[in-house]
Design a protein around this ligand. Structure first.
Ligand SMILES: Cc1cc2nc3c(=O)[nH]c(=O)nc-3n(C[C@H](O)[C@H](O)[C@H](O)COP(=O)(O)OP(=O)(O)OC[C@H]3O[C@@H](n4cnc5c(N)ncnc54)[C@H](O)[C@@H]3O)c2cc1C
Length: 290
């Protein structure tokens, strides 16, 4: 794993996180894949040791350090123990920032500390059965009822869909007059009308609970709206650049791991009395992969 361009503190963080993964995460990954979901304790144990949502200010329990390289370390080391389907980064760096960027002080104080400890697991729900890439085709709606919003709709492919305690749900807020008006609503576990559907079976990322969510006349209190209820689309787009960087870090880390595992295999495996790595074609292939 490349370690260039990291500070001394970050290299120490990497060592500590690697130890944590080896003890608390790696031994459970196969079981999580079989059950299709990560134990909630993965989040609380990471939270206890300061490996979950590290960027919030100290008053919310975080380290107050927004340097992306900490997250890069988390992504790389998680891939290194084959635990890339544990949604640490989705919780910490994809969804969490919506609260700090667009949430009020009251919302931050209410939710961030529990997200840092892992007691409150996060998800974001944009995709619908008929709206994926084309988010503007979303059908979920939230109607302003004066003292609350009435949320209706169905979402699918939602990561942490089963485990989530707090879901940032995107819904159209003025479909008749302004089809671009969209709000982000904080829907909490236990709210009446919020139901979970199937935990979907997937080809990969099997330990990740990717699920269907349903919202039937959910009364979302006004204090659970993130920012301006017409600017949700703009808010979602603001996170995309970093989400792509997160994706890139994960893909490179997984490719690197796949290369290392293959290298070990071809050096050990013997065919016709010689290790596979002595074969010219294997050498060409490995060089190409490198
Ligand atoms: C493991 C997993 C986890 C996920 N987690 C979440 C989550 O937590 N929250 C959430 O909201 N969503 C989540 N998603 C959903 C994800 O965001 C969507 O899958 C994605 O937005 C694509 O939508 P879609 O699957 O409906 O594909 P579609 O939008 O139906 O696209 C199908 C195909 O058409 C192509 N296509 C689309 N538009 C065009 C175009 N204009 N021109 C040419 N080709 C086009 C696409 O590239 C794709 O190949 C998750 C998905 C997966 C697989």
């Amino acid at each position: 794993m490349l370690k260039r361009n990291f500070t001394e503190e970050q290299n120490m963080f990497r060592g500590a996180y690697r130890k944590f993964l080896e003890k608390e995460i790696a031994p459970h990954v196969e079981r999580w894949r079989e059950q299709g979901i990560v134990d909630r304790e993965a989040f609380t144990k990471a939270g206890e040791q300061g490996f979950l949502m590290i960027w919030p200010e100290e008053q919310y329990g975080g380290m107050g350090d927004d340097d992306f390289r900490f997250e890069q370390i988390i992504i790389e080391e998680t891939a290194n123990v084959y635990a890339g389907d544990w949604t640490n980064t989705l919780h910490s760096r994809l969804v969490g920032p919506y609260l700090s960027r667009f949430g009020s002080d009251e919302q931050k104080a209410r939710f961030l500390p529990k997200c840092v400890t892992g007691e409150c697991i996060l998800a974001v729900a944009m995709t619908e059965p008929d709206a994926g890439s084309d988010l503007a085709g979303m059908r979920a709606t939230a109607k302003d009822m004066g003292d609350h919003w009435l949320l209706n709709g169905a979402k699918t492919y939602i990561s942490n869909g089963i485990n989530a305690d707090l879901v940032v749900v995107a819904a159209k807020t003025d479909p008749d007059n302004n089809p671009h008006a969209m709000g982000l609503f904080l829907v909490e576990r236990g709210m009446e009308g919020f139901e979970r559907g199937r935990n979907l079976k997937k080809m990969g990322m099997k330990a990740q609970d990717t699920a269907e969510l349903f919202f039937n006349d959910v009364k979302v209190p006004k204090e659970n709206v993130l920012g301006d209820p017409t600017l949700g689309f703009v808010y979602l787009m603001q996170g995309l650049a970093e989400e792509r960087l997160i994706g890139a870090c994960g893909f490179i880390a997984s490719a690197q791991k796949a290369f290392e595992v293959t290298r070990e295999f071809v050096m050990e495996r013997k065919v016709f009395g010689k290790p596979l790595s002595y074969m010219q074609n294997t050498q060409f292939k490995m060089a190409e992969l490198r």
